[in-house]
Each structure stands twice: as C-alpha cells, then as structure tokens.
Design a protein around this ligand. Structure first.
Ligand code: SF4
Length: 186
C-alpha cells in the first residue's frame, strides 16, 4: 500500500491523500480500454444523460493522446466509530465537491493541463443533456478518468494498493475512494 498523508478530520470520517505521477504511455497500456468501459457505462443511469459521460461525439483517445503525464490524486476517507451508511454517502458528496475544487486549483496552477474529475459532472441539478440542450458550463465541466475509458479499480490497486470498496447493504466499508487526475505535458 502506498503511504497516505492526513488531509483533514471531519465529523464522522477522516480524509487521507495519495499522489502518483505516471507516464501516459504506460497508463494507456495498463489501464485504459475505451470500448470496454464505454460498454460498461451503458448500464449506468448517467449514460447519454450527462455531457461529461459517454457516449461522446469524439474519441476519448484524442484527449489522452494530447498529454504525456497523468498526475493521479486519490483521496481515501475512513469512517469513524459509529459511522453509518448514510453518513458515508454524505461524506462522499462533500468530499467529491472538495476534490473538484482541489483538481481545478491544480489545473489552474499548471498551464496547458486538464483536470479529470472524480466521477460525473453534477454542477447543475439536472444536466442539460437530458433535455437535449448544450452544456451550460462547457468551460467548467471536465470528464472523469472512467468516462474516458480509464479503469479506476485497476488504477487504485496498481498505483496505490487500495482496492475500490463500496457500501454493501447496511455495511459501512473500511474506506471509500475518490480518484481524479491532472493530464499535462512535461
Ligand atoms: S455543467 Fe451542467 S450541463 Fe454541463 S455536463 Fe455538467 S451538469 Fe451537464
């Protein structure tokens, strides 16, 4: 397991961070399979309903191939004693927003870079795509690693040693994961 750094203590959970910079050629070889994940995305309710999610009018490989490095940023949040499933879902919502802010700050600090968010874009309560309208914030919206065909589960294990865990029934997992990244050129 990669060493994790304490980020913050919240009410009911603790957040840790891990970073890894990977060569994009290696990452594409090991963790990106656009057709496979596009097919898996079809069973998600966001498929075809959000501009940040597949299917796209462009080939996701065109985005990956513009860059040479990926700075992976992973946040693990661990439940405190007595934490509930509902509490972990709320923690996920809060931490997703915080991670979005962090990734956009990192993107702004590195000219020419592009953030990959941890999950689908939910900047608007209801995405304009579902109404057949253009994205309301195309300058702000970013795609996630998985939307572009990246295997987040494999990435989490390969680079950080933390398999992705999720809530099962009323069982609170040992931790939950949010993973984003910054694409850039060296
Ligand atoms: S910014 Fe709004 S319209 Fe654009 S992808 Fe995100 S939720 Fe959809």
């Amino acid at each position: 397991m990669k060493e994790k750094t304490f980020v913050r203590e919240m009410d009911g959970y603790t957040v840790y961070r891990m970073d890894e910079i990977v060569c994009l050629d290696d990452y594409l070889k090991d963790c990106v399979d656009v057709p496979k994940f596009e097919a898996l995305c079809r069973s998600c309710p966001n498929y075809g309903q959000r501009w940040s999610c597949p299917p796209f009018a462009f080939d996701p490989m065109e985005i990956w191939q513009k860059y040479s490095r990926l700075h992976l940023v992973t946040h693990i949040f661990e439940p405190g004693i007595g934490q509930t499933v509902q509490g972990m879902l709320e923690a996920h919502r809060i931490e997703k927003e915080k991670m979005l802010e962090l990734l956009m700050e990192m993107e702004a600090e590195q000219a020419g870079s592009m953030a990959l968010w941890a999950g689908t874009c939910d900047l608007c309560p209801a995405c304009a795509k579902a109404e057949g309208k253009p994205c309301r914030m195309p300058d702000k919206m970013r795609h996630s690693i998985e939307a572009l065909g990246g295997d987040v589960g494999k990435t989490a294990e390969l680079y950080f040693g933390y398999p992705i865990l999720w809530i099962e029934g009323d069982k609170v997992p040992a931790y939950m994961t949010l993973m984003g990244g910054i694409l850039y050129n060296e």
